[in-house]
Design a protein around this ligand. Structure first.
Ligand code: AMP
Length: 167
């Protein structure tokens, strides 16, 4: 039976997912995680909700973060505020044993000032809805120069919701 460590997931992340009750990787995790860990290349994954896709992109993203670099290194875009909060919660759970990692959700309908303050204190991963993320880029709070990974979660949904320009 394949384990997370067999597909290249490091000790800290394996320990956290085990505590969450994940014993074996799901199909989309088996297909995506080894590729994302060993290649710096684009990947398109198609999987239904509930198949474990958050960990499929989330574990490699966390594993690739350089904690010595205090800048934003990854941006995850998703269509709704609810999904944004869910993804950041999941990533925070996976990174339980990653001391000092900062994962910040940014979405509309709430004060941008608090989000700006959080980012300025140092952020490694931003999980955002397209409109708010674009606003933060325009205000030069988010600097894309340091970002080397972008994830579009539910990309089809974001495109059909009219976020094409923002994306
Ligand atoms: P997602 O498709 O990312 O929304 O995940 C659906 C649900 O499956 C979530 O509740 C996850 O916590 C859970 N999950 C993700 N990966 C695994 C795994 N390898 N084994 C068991 N449960 C998992």
């Amino acid at each position: 039976m394949t384990k997370f460590k067999d597909i290249g997931v490091n000790k800290e992340l394996c320990k956290a997912v085990k505590e969450m009750g994940f014993e074996t990787p799901t199909e989309v995790q088996n297909e995506s995680i080894p590729f994302l860990i060993s290649h710096d290349r684009d990947l398109i994954s198609l999987a239904q909700t509930g198949t474990g896709k958050t960990a499929a992109f989330g574990l490699p993203v966390i594993q690739k973060i350089d904690l010595n670099n205090k800048y934003v290194q990854a941006i995850i875009l998703c269509p709704t505020r609810e999904l944004c909060i869910q993804i950041s919660k999941d990533l925070i759970s996976y990174s339980k044993f990653y001391k000092g990692i900062k994962i910040i959700p940014v979405y509309g309908g709430t004060s941008i000032e608090n989000q700006i303050k959080s980012i300025k204190k140092g952020a490694h991963i931003i999980v955002g809805t397209p409109g708010r993320t674009k606003d933060l880029i325009k205000r030069k709070v988010l600097n894309l120069n340091s970002v080397d990974r972008v994830i579009l979660d539910e990309a089809d949904e974001m495109l059909s919701m009219g976020f094409k320009e923002d994306l």
